[in-house]
Ligand binder design. Structure first.
Ligand code: BDR
Ligand code: CA
Length: 308
């Protein structure tokens, strides 16, 4: 199993989170060790429930650890129901999973797994960074124990998606994101500069559903609401594969171009949540600025069509 990537996904499922998790479940080069939940697209209770539901649907036997329910410093905020639907999976109604979250917080689980798999664990946060920041603050060795943190979030030259300046995951807890970027961990930022280049249309979900009626069909059902939201924004032809792009970057970084930049997060004012170049007094982040979009999308479709 040495050529597989040991992965934990920190997630707020979420339509594109579901796509990312099913991709990871199907990927032969990923050993998925667990999921941690976080508020964001939905409340943390919903995120935990949805994460368990995805794990069970995919037939995975992995732990789900429940995470933070509010940002570190900002007041609680309303989840992004208008993007991901009232329960997180578009129009699909809520369903109670059979299993439950483990009796360990997300931050505790992350610290323990990073210790047990020191130098090997890749962490892929695809929601606000609160759990990751808590793990960094809790365990002084965490940032060095993890091999890489490949996060979906931020924007370097692309502008924001929730405000003109900020990407949603960073905006929802800028203080946590600042802790992460200042931590000295090896960080790769898969932001809007690349995720806006990788899009899927109704025909793509139709193909996934045709090939894998059960899980692909579930993604297609979720995609309707998500595609409708993207149509109202009117900037892109289809929906962005934000979270799947980050998971794919964990195993296929060669499909992306990165620039080494010290990043800091704006934590107040009109531009709150922006990820900007900082003075070089902190470690650099590999900021993904270009992508072989067709290759990433092909990989995504190819692996999802063998889901069932
Ligand atoms: C990010 O925000 C969420 O809505 C998506 O799941 C993704 O993680 C994109 O900005
Ligand atoms: Ca997400």
């Amino acid at each position: 199993m040495s050529d597989t990537t040991k992965l934990i996904i920190d997630t707020d499922p979420g339509v594109d989170d579901a796509m990312a998790i099913f991709y990871a479940a199907a990927a032969p080069d990923i050993e998925l060790l667990g999921l941690t939940s976080i508020f964001g697209n939905v409340t943390v209770e919903m995120a935990t429930r949805n994460a368990l539901r995805l794990v069970e649907a995919a037939g995975l036997d992995i732990p789900v650890a429940a995470g933070a329910n509010t940002p570190m410093a900002l007041p609680p905020y309303t989840p992004s129901f208008h993007v991901h639907g009232d329960e997180g999976f578009g129009d699909i109604p809520a369903e109670t999973p059979k299993g439950a979250a483990i009796d360990e917080s997300a931050a505790d689980f992350l610290c323990r797994m990073a210790r047990e798999h020191k130098g090997e664990l890749v962490l892929c946060p695809i929601g606000p960074l609160t759990n990751v920041a808590m793990a960094i603050q809790q365990d002084p060795e965490f940032a060095q124990n993890v091999k890489r943190i490949v996060l979906m979030g931020g924007s370097y030259r692309e502008g924001g998606n929730i405000t003109p300046y900020a990407e949603a995951n960073i905006y929802h807890d800028p203080h946590a994101a600042e802790v992460v970027f200042a931590s000295g961990a090896r960080i790769e930022m898969v932001g809007l500069d690349v995720t806006h280049r990788i899009t899927c249309k109704p025909d793509d979900f139709e193909a996934i559903a045709q090939a894998s009626p059960r899980l692909g069909g579930m993604l297609q059902d979720m995609s309707h609401f998500y595609l409708k939201f993207y149509a109202t924004v009117g900037k892109l032809d289809g929906c962005s594969l934000h979270d799947p792009a980050a998971v794919i970057a964990c195993t296929h970084p060669h499909l992306f171009t990165a620039e080494d930049v010290a990043i800091e997060v704006t934590c107040e004012g009109e531009e709150i949540g922006a990820t900007v170049q900082s003075a070089p007094d902190r470690g650099v982040t590999s900021v993904y600025t270009a992508v072989e979009a067709a290759a990433v999308k092909d990989l995504f479709l190819q692996r999802l069509t063998v889901l069932d």
